[in-house]
Design a protein around this ligand. Structure first.
Ligand SMILES: [Mg+2]
Length: 262
């Protein structure tokens, strides 16, 4: 089971998850792992793992890295870096390289942008409707820079200019993101391979609500598109996706119960 967080398991505006509790409880009872696959940072995701009592591997910053609790899989992976209690597999480009490429693309395209790196903690808190403490965790970025476009009419030129820097862009519920040669899919594929060392028959349910989820949803055996304003865009990127009737955690709950029974 792999899932996006914002707008999917967590409410887009309030970050509430109560409506997903029945499904989360069902998965816990049945011992089904829930792998968070998010644009959030490690620091933020760790908070949500605590809140949601999650002990499974997780993917941060739009596929920038996979964090696996040490000893989670019986067989060691190739090439992880040990950090604290985790084996970390990195896919993303270093953060300073991304902010540099974004600046360059902005000046080449004449399209002004505002990234997390240009914003104060208070500005990030208000843009994300989160507390100042939460914003501080969100700003501890390593592999992905979220940004707002200030000259909307030059969006196309900016995104083209990002591509010419050799970086990639994607879009979540709130922000555009510039990333290196990583996306949620490469990281998710690795996690699935690791689970296959435990159970070769493992099947994957994917849940996401944004265009940045399309790549990993396309790898899932059962991809759910959690209803959001991006649904139509996401539907064309994930032709086999099953749209939920409800948005956010209600849609998450509905999807899980439809697969695993009530
Ligand atoms: Mg989302």
């Amino acid at each position: 089971m792999r899932t996006d967080l914002d707008g999917t398991l967590l409410d887009h505006s309030t970050y509430a998850y109560d409506d997903a509790l029945p499904a989360l409880e069902l998965l816990r009872r049945r011992g089904i792992p829930v792998v968070f696959c998010t644009s959030k940072t490690r620091a933020e995701t760790e908070v949500w793992r605590e809140v949601l009592r999650n002990r499974d591997p997780f993917i941060v910053e739009n596929g920038g890295a996979v964090f696996v609790p040490s000893g989670y899989f019986p067989a060691p992976a190739r090439g992880p870096v040990r950090r604290g209690d985790y084996d970390v597999l990195e896919f993303g480009a270093p953060y300073p390289e991304l902010t540099g490429a974004l600046r360059l693309a902005s000046s080449r395209s004449g399209c002004r942008v505002r990234g997390f790196g240009d914003m104060s903690v208070d500005q990030v808190a208000s843009a994300c409707r989160m507390s100042v403490d939460a914003a501080r965790l969100a700003m501890q970025r390593e592999y992905d820079e979220p940004f707002l476009i200030l000259d909307a009419e030059r969006t196309g030129q900016l995104l083209d200019a990002i591509r010419t820097t050799g970086k990639r862009w994607t879009r979540g519920g709130r922000f555009y993101h510039i990333v290196g040669d990583s996306d949620k899919a490469a990281a998710a594929r690795l996690v699935v391979e690791r689970f296959k060392t435990i159970d070769p028959e493992v099947r994957v349910v994917g849940l996401g609500d944004g265009l940045n989820d399309a790549s990993f949803l396309n790898l899932a055996d059962i991809p759910f598109l959690v209803r959001s304003p991006s649904l139509e865009q996401l539907r064309s990127a994930v032709p086999n996706g099953i749209a939920t009737a409800q948005p956010g955690p209600k849609g998450w709950n509905e999807a899980i119960l439809s697969v695993f029974g009530g």
